[in-house]
Write a protein that binds this ligand. Structure first.
Ligand code: PEP
Ligand code: MG
Length: 327
């Protein structure tokens, strides 16, 4: 590790054939932005904002949102992107402010995340306002979680347009061309990726949820942990088609689920066409080291081959073997 800090920290994440890969960090608390800088991340690819709501009896104020976002963007500096994900409450992420979600039989399939935000417009707009206001401080991008249909995405974008108009009227500055992205973490969104791609600037694949919804295996249920596997060929095929849709439509694509920080998948992810990954800051050194040993044309061939395999076990074995070849 010490060798990394001395010598490798400042090396770029570039493949053997010279392709630069953007390696970003996932954060939850504003203080974690410093961990990304410590490891020389290219930005924050996922800023989870649920913590702002934790331990409060009421929703955070616009100012509380704003201060948190400004802290992160100022830590990163003007040239490193910060992707702020709007509130993703529900299911595995519980709010503990007063307005509780009613008991649901299937919370993972229920009123969570952007669905919840679209039922609480004042709260949603308050967060959007703070994000837009902070956007003048650096390279801020907004991203909506759990989008399952085009209509949901359009509703989110319409609200964002309303907030922009309000700010304009009030003479409050914001970046007019702040990029807007959607997470792809629901199979319906992955299937409709070619359409969604025409309405956003970037995709971020949330594989933690995409795996659970694709395989119908609750990510928090130990009884089905054996089924919950990002190496499942069904998951790989979905990811591959989403990346293709992004490339065809010339928009950015990244993976921000745990899969992107797992060295087993690095070659496969680059081989499938991804040029940006967002991982937990502590995984940056290891993933960067691997990226620097990857030859993209080999990675492309192995990505194609993995897509043709039958089972998660076959994929895992194949990816392990391919990883050994470059280590
Ligand atoms: C995901 O689902 O992959 C993701 C990055 O979001 P979260 O883990 O916060 O649901
Ligand atoms: Mg998710």
């Amino acid at each position: 590790q010490s060798g990394y800090w001395l010598a490798e920290r400042d090396l770029p994440a570039v493949t053997l054939d010279g392709t630069r890969i953007e390696l970003m960090g996932n954060i939850e608390f504003p203080s974690e932005a410093a961990h990304c800088i410590d490891r020389n991340a290219d930005g924050v690819g996922l800023y989870r904002t649920e913590f702002l709501f934790a331990g409060h009896d009421t929703d955070p104020s616009e100012e509380e949102h704003y201060q948190a976002y400004v802290h992160v963007v100022q830590t990163l500096g003007p040239n490193k992107p910060v992707v702020i994900r709007t509130l993703d409450h529900g299911a595995d992420k519980f709010p503990n402010h007063a307005e509780k979600i009613s008991e649901e039989r299937n919370p993972f399939l229920g009123l969570r995340s952007v669905r919840l935000c679209l039922r609480n417009l004042p709260m949603f707009k308050k967060q959007m306002r703070a994000i837009l206001r902070a956007s003048v401080q650096g390279d801020i991008r907004i991203m909506f979680p759990m989008v399952g249909t085009l209509l949901e995405l359009r509703q989110c974008k319409m609200l964002l347009a309303e907030v922009r108009e309000d700010l304009l009227e009030e003479g409050i500055p914001f970046k007019k061309d702040m990029p807007v992205g959607t997470m792809i973490e629901v199979p319906s969104a992955a299937i409709m990726a070619d359409k969604l791609a025409k309405e956003v600037d970037f995709f971020s694949l949330g594989t933690n949820d995409l795996v659970q919804y694709t395989l119908a295996a609750d990510r928090t249920n130990e009884n089905v942990a054996g089924l919950y596997n990002p190496a499942d060929p069904a998951v790989l095929r979905l990811i591959d088609s989403v990346v293709r849709a992004a490339r065809t439509n010339n928009i950015g694509a990244t993976v921000c689920g745990e899969m992107s920080g797992d060295p087993l998948f690095t070659q496969w992810l680059l081989g499938t066409g991804l040029r940006q990954l967002s991982v937990s800051p502590q995984n940056i050194p290891e993933i960067k080291k691997l990226i620097r040993r990857i030859n993209l044309s080999d990675a492309e061939a192995m990505a194609e081959k993995a897509l043709q395999l039958d089972t998660a076990r076959d994929v895992t074995n194949y990816l392990r073997e391919q990883k050994r070849r470059i280590q």
